[in-house]
Design a protein around this ligand. Structure first.
Ligand SMILES: *Cc1c(COP(=O)(O)O)cnc(C)c1O
Length: 375
């Protein structure tokens, strides 16, 4: 059995090596490093993958969220609803722009924000919602968009962990994640389901006016060179990274299927352990298993993690501290609902190794170790 890794980017590269090396070298030889054909090609490839939504590349997923919020013309003190149980970026950009993050709880079984909490967190200053499709599965966008439309709120999907998932939209149709709200944001950080070889990100939208604004904001607020109509940022998708993504994108659906297959095996082998809860799959969305995250209810999560580490099984705690408990954020975030589930699951969650190349013998070994720990 090969050494078990949390994420195996090297093995994936070796599988694609010939095509990848050729494409990267051709990009370097072309001399077109900023914008250029590889970036244009990737934007149109990803757009086709997303059934036609426009795609604007940018430097990383955090910038994508920030530029998306900048495009909405919000005012200082306007409120944005976001889960507390997320990667910092979803909340960081709200705070950076002088807006107020109103954090909500998550469902303990799916790790996703709940529409009741959104409803209970609304105020006259509420302007936007950032649903986070955490660990690879989408928030209930049908119910969320109903609230958003009723209250005329903007919806920015944080799709950094769920690219390639389909989710039920307002009219009950399955649509690509990131294309249901007004703007979708994603990240090509190397360990994401579609990762490049450095930082990268993208925004997606079907609204032409929003698309034009996003493009302008990401490129120094200019449409015509050296004429700056608004204050923007410098955030572009690197051409070399775009060439990496052009090689990888055609494989994304297969890789996501391989992740689901690994998750199925985990589900079976971990089914009958008391105090261990396997991740729940919802009916309204695919699961792309960016993470396979279990919960340990008997207070022995950290002991299990140490036991696994001593048997060469890596694991991670995503996320140990929710945003309302973070030193940099606890005075800035507001809440109008109890964060009971968030407060308990941070002590229970454990993400197991998950990537498309995870082999059956490796999953068997991991689950044997877990069973041994609880025996
Ligand atoms: C990775 C991630 C981001 C940020 O992406 P970067 O490319 O690292 O800036 C934002 N939100 C979530 C949920 C993420 O997992």
């Amino acid at each position: 059995m090969d050494k078990i890794q949390m994420v195996d980017v090297k093995r994936q590269y070796l599988r694609l090596k010939d095509e990848m090396d050729a494409r990267i070298i051709a990009c370097i030889e072309s001399g077109a490093f900023i914008q250029g054909p590889e970036v244009k090609t990737f934007e149109s490839n990803l757009s086709a993958f997303l059934d036609g939504a426009h795609v604007i590349g940018c430097a990383n997923g955090t910038d994508a969220l920030q530029i998306a919020l900048m495009a909405l013309n919000l005012e200082h003190g306007d409120e944005v609803i976001v889960p507390s149980f997320t990667f910092v970026a979803s909340v960081e950009v709200i705070a950076l722009l002088g807006l107020k993050p109103i954090v909500v709880d998550v469902d303990p079984d799916t790790f996703l924000m709940k529409t009741e909490d959104i409803e209970a967190s609304l105020s006259a200053r509420t302007k936007a919602i950032i649903p986070v499709h955490l660990f690879g599965q989408c928030v209930d966008m049908k119910s969320l968009m109903e609230i958003a439309n009723r209250r005329d709120l903007f919806v920015i999907e944080d799709n950094a962990q769920a690219i390639g998932a389909r989710c039920m939209d307002m009219v009950g149709k399955m649509q690509m994640s990131g294309t249901i709200g007004h703007i979708g944001c994603t990240s090509f950080y190397p360990s994401k389901n579609l990762g490049c070889y450095g930082d990268g990100g993208a925004m997606m939208s079907s609204d032409e006016r929003i698309v034009q604004r996003l493009r302008m904001l990401a490129n120094h607020g200019m449409e015509r060179r050296y004429y700056h109509d608004v204050i923007g940022v410098n955030s572009r998708l690197d051409a070399v990274q775009a060439s990496v993504l052009n090689v990888k994108l055609p494989h994304l659906n297969d890789w996501n299927k391989q992740r689901v297959r690994a998750a199925d095996t985990y589900d079976t082998l971990l089914a009958n352990i008391p105090h261990l809860i396997t991740p729940k799959r919802v009916a309204w969305s695919d699961h792309t298993f960016h993470q396979y995250t279990i919960r340990i209810l008997d207070g022995r999560r950290d002991a299990l993690q140490s036991f696994l580490a001593s048997n060469d099984v890596p694991s991670m705690i995503y996320y140990p501290v929710p945003m309302h408990e973070q030193q940099g954020y606890n005075k800035i975030v507001r809440r109008r609902v109890p964060l009971t589930n968030t407060d308990s699951i941070t002590g229970e969650v454990l993400s197991l190794p998950m990537h498309p190349d995870l082999a059956d013998d490796q999953i068997n070994y991991i689950c044997d170790q877990i069973n041994k720990f609880f025996a």
